[in-house]
Design a protein around this ligand. Structure first.
Ligand code: NAP
Length: 312
């Protein structure tokens, strides 16, 4: 079993910042992730609300944060975490590539895009259905694409897709967007973006095993229509990635992790940061702040463990 002061699960902006703070405080730190560092930043074309940069590509910011986070000795390891045992002063992290022991566990696993659950979505995944415009947008150069959803992701990714596609139709279930005003304004001004309002998506339609359009019912008129599209990008919200932690007693009824302002869960020595936390605003800058708090809190908590040993 590999032993560390701190194990951080998830190498997005929160996890990487926690690693920087904890390792700079001279703690031994392992950051575990099942994929490349950077988390959701890798699926984001341009980040323009992270201080210090007018605009920066998500993968570039990931690289810079990774380099900072490992400067003071934090290690990065690949592995899928399967479960965690809380043994009081020690946490055991079981992965598909062996076990880790830590005094502090920081959960920074983030969230993932929800499925819409209509016929065609699963069958056509990778054949025109996508949850990542940055990854797949280039396949739809000069073609018509549809985006489903009305939040920040749908509108931001819709705008991104206009750089590649011939047209982008945003299909939303209400007559008002949920996205931030600045993104709405930008989308309304973009000639390549069309909107379909009050639309209940019923099916992703196919032709020759590839996406050919999105069928929806107009909630006002009851009529059915198909928006012709070669790509269907689905952005209907997010859900937490907390399956390995379901037995720890730290999840709410929807799977999110509640913490106090010190990023402490209800279990001593277990912290949660970033998009996996129960909160309203999920942003890179906020995950970074929470990572800094958790990294410092890890140091404080480990001091209390040493004080306990000294007192014996
Ligand atoms: P979101 O804010 O939850 O929006 C989901 C959208 O999908 C809503 O418009 C919702 O409609 C619609 N929707 C939900 N279920 C649906 C269904 N079954 N069928 C059709 N439409 C459905 O999710 P998000 O846009 O992925 O954003 C997630 C979080 O990340 C948010 O906190 C967001 O602010 C943040 N984010 C921020 C940025 C940025 O700051 N640049 C960029 C991306 C994401 P209703 O409006 O009717 O509920």
């Amino acid at each position: 079993m590999k032993e560390f002061d701190v194990v951080i699960i998830g190498a997005g902006p929160g996890g990487l910042t926690a690693a920087l703070y904890a390792s700079r405080a001279n703690l031994s730190v392992m950051i575990l992730d099942r994929g490349i560092y950077g988390g959701q930043m890798n699926n984001t074309a341009e980040i323009e609300n992270y201080p210090g940069f007018d605009s920066i590509l998500g993968p570039d910011l990931s690289e810079k944060m990774y380099n900072s986070s490992t400067r003071f000795g934090a290690e990065f390891g690949y592995g899928t975490v399967e479960s965690v045992e809380d043994k009081g002063d020690v946490k055991i992290i079981h992965t598909d590539d062996g076990d880790y022991q830590a005094k502090v566990l920081i959960i920074a696993t983030g969230s993932e895009y929800k499925k819409i659950g209509v016929p065609g979505e699963e069958e056509l995944s990778g054949r025109g259905v996508s949850y990542c415009a940055v990854c797949d947008g280039a396949f739809f150069k000069d073609q018509d694409v549809a985006v489903i959803g009305g939040g920040d992701s749908a509108v931001e990714e819709g705008i991104y897709l206009t750089q590649l596609a011939k047209s982008v139709t945003i299909i939303h279930r209400r007559d008002q967007l949920r996205a931030q005003k600045v993104l709405q304004d930008r989308a309304f001004k973009n000639d390549k973006i069309k909107f379909v309002w009050n639309a209940d998506v019923e099916e992703i339609v196919s032709e020759d095993d590839k996406v050919a359009g999105v069928r929806y019912k107009d909630k006002v008129t009851g009529e059915e229509h198909v928006v012709p599209a070669k790509g269907a990008f689905i952005y209907v919200g997010i859900q937490p990635m907390t399956e390995p932690f379901k037995d720890l007693g730290i999840l709410d009824e929807n799977g999110w992790i509640d913490t106090d302002t010190h990023m402490r869960t209800n279990k001593p020595g277990i912290y949660a940061i970033g998009d996996v936390r129960k909160k309203d605003l999920r942003q890179v800058a906020i995950a970074v702040g929470e990572g800094g708090i958790a990294g410092q809190e890890a140091f404080n908590y480990i001091q209390t463990l040493s004080d306990k040993v000294d007192a014996k």
